[in-house]
Design a protein around this ligand. Structure first.
Ligand code: CA
Length: 228
């Protein structure tokens, strides 16, 4: 049974989300502010955090950044909630290390689909040990740790999944749609720009010169290839 923490200060929405998640068999914790959320994440290490951005005491973006900096909990998948829906807000949410992003008001069915998609990719569910290596990049898929040479890379959960997918298929071109369906899930509602944004962040973390990448190559009009 997966454990989900719902962080939302609006009582009706918090209860609605918690109720529907429980109905689907998840174990649910709730928090109404950012500080309480951080305490609960450290205490219970939930499989997923649903995190509102506008929160009392500590806002959701700060909570997300603090989670990503804490070695014990940094792989916790996070779905951000926000009232606004401009592209700029979306970038802010993803840039802070969130795995996915939902704009209020949202459809409950869509919300549950996103939850399932993120959990499907969550750490701890892989049953076989796996190591992916290509030149100086090394991924320990079981421990979900990434290295360039001896240096550990700090990747978000989605960045890790994306890099693993590219490395598993190294030498082959993967289209944006294929990447979206494999890394974000078939029921993901986002567009292929999401892939481009994550590729850009990944390059900043794994490439010596992100403007002249030698690992993740853009194949014009199609998608991306991890250079073997
Ligand atoms: Ca709020």
């Amino acid at each position: 049974m997966s454990t989900i923490l719902v962080v939302e200060d609006e009582p009706t929405l918090q209860q609605t989300l918690a109720h529907n998640l429980k109905k689907d068999g998840y174990k649910v914790y709730t928090a109404g502010d950012g500080e309480a959320a951080l305490d609960l994440i450290r205490q219970h290490q939930p499989d997923l955090v649903v995190l509102d951005i506008m929160l009392p005491r500590l806002d959701g973006l700060t909570v997300c950044r603090l989670v990503r900096k804490d070695a014990d909990i940094r792989h916790t998948p996070i779905i951000m909630l926000t009232a606004r829906g401009t592209a700029g807000d979306k970038m802010v949410g993803l840039d802070s290390g969130a795995d996915d992003y939902i704009t209020k008001p949202f459809d409950l069915g869509e919300f549950m689909a996103r939850v399932r998609a993120v959990l499907r990719r969550a750490p701890g569910q892989s049953t076989h040990m796996q190591m992916l290596e290509s030149s100086d990049i090394r991924l320990d898929v079981t421990a979900r740790r990434a290295f360039r040479g001896t240096e550990e890379l700090h990747l978000s959960s989605k960045e890790f999944d994306l890099l693993a997918e590219l490395m598993r298929n190294r030498g082959s071109v993967l289209s944006r749609d294929l990447i979206l369906s494999r890394v974000w899930g078939y029921d993901y509602y986002g567009d292929s720009r999401t892939v481009d944004v994550h590729i850009r962040w990944l390059r900043q973390k794994i490439e010596e010169d992100p403007s002249n990448p030698r690992h993740i190559i853009t194949v014009r009009g199609i998608g991306y290839r991890f250079e073997a």
